[in-house]
Design a protein around this ligand. Structure first.
Ligand code: GAP
Length: 514
């Protein structure tokens, strides 16, 4: 595992963001709990997503459907038959992998080799460098590109035809080794359904068997008409929902990137048939902007077009972020056609159609879905925020500073309030300021240790502003406000503090970039 990734995991635990679940019982694989700072950050991300969907679009409304649903829903949606991953075991390490991920990672390595060649040449030739010509003529780049294209073509064909034998053969032919043991002794590839099954009520027979939902989307589809009719919604319109989803993941070794219990933030956008591709492009762009508002370095974000479409989609793109473990999916944008509504119409025997007043016809709408993992977005923000730097201490000497540069509107604690010393009425004055500001901002009071140490503690959890109350305060009602990233200090009148912070800490700043 990447060094930075290990540091992130340790930091998240030490500072109350994320704990392994059931830790005193040695943990539960791929299940995590969010601590006091974690839950604040998670709530803020959820609110930012929710408001950017529901608040800022008058044709998107919310829903909170139950986790338990009628088992026929998962038959209709195709999850009972098709929601499975190809798994493979290494005979030496006994570790289990997703066969498709092993091949994808191999392809990514070839791509990295090509990128390195291009970067080297670009440095060598400087301004005269013609990348297109280089890619078309350099023998090493050409050989690697050919190899990648051939494997990729075969890989897609094997997935599409569900040819598990060939999928294994690709792993053998590419000499892909187990990253743990280095061994190339693999079992056959098998299919594994990812849904968790449980029982409803006290009678243990098959009829009462239900599933923990593997996506929140189906709760939206089965409520499509309820929402449309009760809200008199006209196409195009969207239904947004956040909530827990459950998958019995085969490979779950990447902290909160791949969990067995996680949270999704999904929006299904219902459109007139034939307008689906237009809206697919629209939501692709819109969602990328949302990510860019959180990650200003645009090189860390990219689209990834799906090689193999899910059983319900006619187009799909992921938005990937450059995590410390490489570029990985944070959000999926799918064009789901009328697959889900049509299937539910067949399985339930109930009409799920929309009456179009303009064309005076009834039809099943098409759907564009935006589906983002809340936990993955949390990891994106943490990874992007984590920064180790040097900063001057009180004596002006440089020392290490670890700071989480979380977008201020999302930070768990917005303002920390410190009395310079624990006497002369400064703590009382600090408490007075706290009790006023806490109506509007999440504030924290701290009077222990030197101011420098208190700053470091707040930097480590990403608090954007610290206020210090000193002896001057008692004379002129001003305080020192220190900003996290620049460490710049301003003197602000107490009665002006709300105005000073409100613009800087509000989500409006993020919304304006959407
Ligand atoms: N309704 C469509 C759907 O569920 P998906 O690509 O399987 O599509 C959507 O999942 C998002 O949910 C992913 O982009 C990812 O952010 C998140 N996600 C999926 N599986 C996850 C897991 N095991 N742990 C954490 N997040 C996960």
């Amino acid at each position: 595992m990447d060094d930075l990734f290990k540091k992130l995991i340790a930091h998240a635990k030490e500072y109350g963001f994320i704990f392994p679940s059931s830790e005193i019982y040695d943990g539960l694989s791929a299940v995590y709990d969010y601590g006091p700072n974690g839950v604040e950050l998670k709530n803020n991300i959820r609110k930012y997503w929710w408001d950017s969907m529901v608040l800022l679009h008058d044709n998107i409304v919310g829903l909170d459907s139950a986790i338990f649903m009628h088992p026929q829903i998962w038959k209709a949606s195709g999850h009972v038959d098709a929601f499975n991953d190809p798994l493979i075991d290494n005979k030496v390490s006994k570790k289990r992998y997703r066969a498709d991920v092993l091949v994808e990672e191999y392809l990514e390595k070839i791509e990295q080799k090509i990128t390195k060649e291009v970067q080297k040449a670009s440095k060598r030739f400087g301004d005269d460098f013609d990348e297109k010509q280089f890619r078309e003529t350099n023998p090493r780049v050409l050989a690697n590109q050919k190899k990648k294209d051939e494997i990729h073509k075969r890989f897609v064909a094997s997935l599409e035809s569900n040819d598990l034998k060939d999928l294994k053969q690709i792993i053998l032919d590419c000499e892909i080794a187990d990253p743990v043991s280095g061994s190339r002794e693999w079992t056959d590839v098998r299919r594994f359904n990812l849904m968790f099954e449980t029982r409803l009520g006290s009678v243990s027979d098959d009829a009462n068997s239900i599933y923990l939902r593997p996506e929140t989307a189906q709760g939206i589809f089965v409520n499509f008409l309820n929402v449309q009719k009760s809200g008199r919604m006209k196409l195009p319109f969207g239904i947004a929902q956040t909530g827990k989803a459950f998958r019995n993941e085969i490979v779950a070794r990447q902290f909160i990137f791949r969990m067995r219990e996680f949270e999704q933030m999904e929006m299904q956008f219902f459109v007139k048939p034939g307008e689906d591709m237009k809206w697919f492009e629209y939501w692709k762009e819109k969602r990328m902007k949302w990510h860019q508002s959180l990650v200003p370095d645009s090189k860390k974000l990219r689209y990834h077009k799906h090689d193999k479409l899910a059983h319900y989609a006619n187009a799909a793109t992921d938005i990937e972020f450059q995590f410390p473990i490489g570029f990985k999916e944070v959000e999926g944008i799918h064009s789901r056609t009328d697959f889900d509504l049509a299937q539910h119409q067949i399985f339930s025997g109930k009409k799920l159609q929309y009456y179009d007043v303009e064309s005076q016809e009834s039809y099943i709408p098409y759907v564009i879905e935006t589906s983002i993992g809340l936990d993955r977005t949390f990891l994106l923000i943490l990874s992007n925020a984590y920064s180790e730097e040097k900063a001057p201490n009180a004596e002006g000497k440089l020392e290490d500073r670890l700071v989480l540069k979380i977008p201020p509107a999302l930070a768990p604690v917005k303002i920390a309030i410190f009395p310079l010393v624990k006497k002369d009425g400064l703590p009382d004055k600090a408490m007075e300021i706290l009790t006023d500001l806490q109506f509007d901002f999440n504030c924290q009071y701290d009077e222990k240790d030197s101011i420098g140490r208190r700053y470091r503690r707040q930097d480590a959890i990403g608090t954007p502003y610290c206020i210090t109350i000193d002896h001057e305060t008692m004379k002129d009602n001003t305080v020192t406000v220190r900003e996290r990233d620049s460490m710049k200090q301003d003197r602000v009148v107490i009665s002006e503090l709300y105005n000073f912070f409100s613009g800087k800490l509000s989500m409006r700043k993020l919304f304006e970039n959407l």
